[in-house]
Write a protein that binds this ligand. Sequence first.
Ligand code: CTP
Length: 404
Amino acid sequence: MRIPANKNLANKHVLLGVTGSIAAYKAAELVRRLRKGGAEVRVVLSAGGAEFVTPLTFQALSGNPLHSELLDTGAEAAMGHIELARWADAVVVAPASANVIARLAQGRADDLLAAVCLATEAPVAVAPAMNQQMWAHAATQDNLRKLRERGVHQFGPAAGDQACGESGLGRMLEAADITRHTAELFDTGALTGLRVLITAGPTREAIDPLRYLSNRSSGRMGYAVAQAAVEAGARVILISGPTALATPPRVERIDVRSAQDMHEAALSRAPGADIFIATAAVADYRPAAPAQQKIKKNTDTLTLQLTRNPDILADVAALPDGPFTVGFAAETEKLLEHAGEKLARKKLDMIAANHVGEGKGFEAEENALSVFDASGVIELPQAPKTQLARQLIALIAERYHPGS
Ligand code: CTP
């Protein structure tokens, strides 16, 4: 299969750390893909990694000498840990075993890979690979949270059958996915000069002056998308329903309450936008005639007549010369079918389908997305929403600038 060059990877120095996991064999394919993409690759093989794949394999595939010893005078003279740390434009640890994740979280410097990770100013990413119980253990999750808080990127893991015969989360992502995520580390200014309009959070539909109908949306995904878009160089307007979140730096925020307010705010700004991303959980219905005064409990039953709210996303997508439109679909079942149907019905350019439930979706820190457009589907596996948002923005930028 032909592996295309990638403008983000061209001439980049990628330092690949390979640690002790059965998935180490996939790192060989990763070296090949990174090089085909245009990157120069050096491999640091940990002692554990060397139990699974021979140094010679990586030496041959990377076209560079292999690095493994921290305190080998010969090796250090050729390229010591500080020089390697400076050489790297990115450090990718794949596979990252539970052990190396724990050691990186502790800030250890007692082997070459750990020392390089500590000494480098380049972005560091880990692609976890381990048994699903080890993955789920609170210690591993704590260690990864620590690393993420320090800005370490996390690629995957994926779910599926494992070498140990079990099945679950903990499989390392495929080499093609890790290559794509590595290229995304070098994304700068993918949306420079573009105006991005985003809706986020829930809406509140008044029943009377004190009560409303709403939903469990926290707004986190939309705020993360707004932040990622600003980081990619866009000018961002965030139309937000009521949330408890702080406005991301450099984002212009417009607060609204009801779906009708959000509709008005979005439709008035959409003609000036290049990209419209609808992450809001807009109430589909509102009370037809909200009471002017507080409703008293003087009857045994109470019937609320509801009326349909306008569809903000569909109306923006229908604008002549309107922006590139991206919808979200929160689904609990038949994800592919429902999201595909929404893409076509609302005439969108792209739709990101949320898997709601099981610690994902509403009110959760993490999510997973299936992103559809006319060319098919790309899976963004479970990850913190901030990281998913960056990946989604990279995909949107790629589709918005076709062929670049
Ligand atoms: N949306 C919108 N205005 C609405 C309703 C939804 O802009 N009145 C947007 C959401 O922000 C999201 C997408 O449309 O991007 C969701 O589509 P929708 O068909 O409303 O999905 P669900 O609410 O999940 O609807 P369904 O009941 O069909 O599953």
